[in-house]
Design a protein around this ligand. Structure first.
Ligand code: ADP
Length: 352
């Protein structure tokens, strides 16, 4: 019963591995950093070559804050966008699932751009791609690289791509990619942001030419700001427009259904859709949230105390609740902006 298997203890391994990271000795690393490095080790208990010269605290940040092992979004959670879903399935999901088939002349591009108004499901698509392709999802906002990580952005980018290459297949989602790869500022551009951009393009080049199973997705509300180098690397560019009337209906029904609150008729839903032309998916979500407060506010107005309120005291959500919510939640995208996206789509978008 007291048999102890002759296997090296984990702690011994950690000692081995961390002493090789960026010249740090074990004692200078906190427990959480050690644990995280341990998880990045290969089956041999060693930290992969690529990660050895990177700073442990950045590797830890990537593993804990940027990496999401289970993004938990599937195609069925996304309303409408059938065209985008179909293109993405063929262009990126199949190749991630079957790299053996998608090689040679079938080898896919490693960069995808999703552009369009804010709140239309670009991030959801990124997560769904990772979910459907059973890939690890990495999310970073490019503006945080230039604001929060001043002077360290380059190192963080190296750590990000390094960890992703150890977690293949991987999807790296770069939100607001325009702030990283923009064509502005070429004259008075800060040295540090120029270096960051170069580093990013080098990393992309690295996996684009290799057999790595990494997909980079850039998302932007300002595609016109991207420069030619960015467009060249993001070979597929999909327009993610505002939701259609059916998609808006689906969002309303789906959100209310989840909480068992959906009691609207087909006519009610049609009425709501007519009143919400120009609303984004995210606007619709906010609208439903506001409308669902209607029955609660009314019950409280009748004198029921919040602590004693029962579900049965609240009536169903009605079209009138939506009508008053429409006064509070306005569409966040202007018609002018839409014209810009459509123009850019005609010029640079992947239409098929
Ligand atoms: P983007 O990345 O385009 O700015 P997100 O993907 O972050 O937008 O969407 C924000 C929120 O809006 C989502 O969490 C979701 O609740 C809602 N939403 C947006 N578009 C859709 C859609 N097509 N289907 C379902 N929900 C959507």
């Amino acid at each position: 019963g007291n048999f102890v298997p002759p296997i090296k203890s984990n702690e011994g391994n950690v000692g081995n591995m961390t002493s090789r990271v960026a010249g740090k000795s074990d004692d200078t690393l906190g427990d959480s950093t050690k644990k995280c490095l341990e998880m990045l080790c290969g089956p041999d208990g060693e930290l992969p070559e690529k990660l050895r010269n990177l700073e442990p605290r950045l590797l830890e940040h990537v593993s804990n804050e940027i990496m999401d092992k289970d993004p938990n979004v599937r195609w069925n959670d996304i309303a409408g966008l059938e065209h985008a879903k179909k293109c993405v399935t063929e262009m990126v999901i199949w190749p991630l699932l079957r790299p053996d088939i998608f090689k040679g002349c079938r080898s896919p591009g490693k960069g995808l751009l999703l552009f369009g108004p804010p709140g239309t499901g670009k991030t959801m698509i990124g997560k769904a791609i990772a979910g459907e392709a059973k890939a690890t999802f990495f999310y970073i906002s490019a503006s945080s690289l230039t604001s929060k990580w001043i002077g360290e952005g380059e190192k963080l980018v190296r750590a990000l791509f390094g960890v992703a290459s150890c977690r293949q297949p991987a999807v790296i989602f770069v939100d607001e990619i325009d702030s990283l790869l923009s064509q502005r500022k070429s004259e008075g551009e800060h040295e540090s942001s120029r270096r960051l951009k170069t580093q990013f393009l080098i990393e992309m080049e690295g996996f684009d030419s290799g057999s790595e199973q990494i997909l980079l997705i850039g998302a932007t509300n300002r595609p016109q700001e991207l420069d030619e180098a960015a467009r060249r690397r993001l070979t597929k560019r999909l327009y993610i427009p505002l939701p259609s009337s059916e998609a808006r209906a689906w969002i309303v029904q789906n959100i209310l259904d989840k909480d068992g609150l959906f009691k609207l008729s087909r006519e009610d839903i049609d009425g709501i859709c007519n009143l919400t032309e120009g609303y984004s998916g995210s606007d619709m979500k906010n609208l439903v949230k506001d409308a669902s407060m209607g029955p609660l506010r009314e019950a409280l107005k009748q004198g029921i105390e919040i602590t004693k309120l029962k579900k049965e005291d609240m009536r169903a959500v009605t079209v009138e609740d939506f009508e008053s919510a429409l006064q509070e939640v306005r569409p966040s995208v202007s018609l002018n902006e839409l014209g810009t996206y459509e123009e850019w789509n005609k010029q640079f978008g992947s239409l098929s």
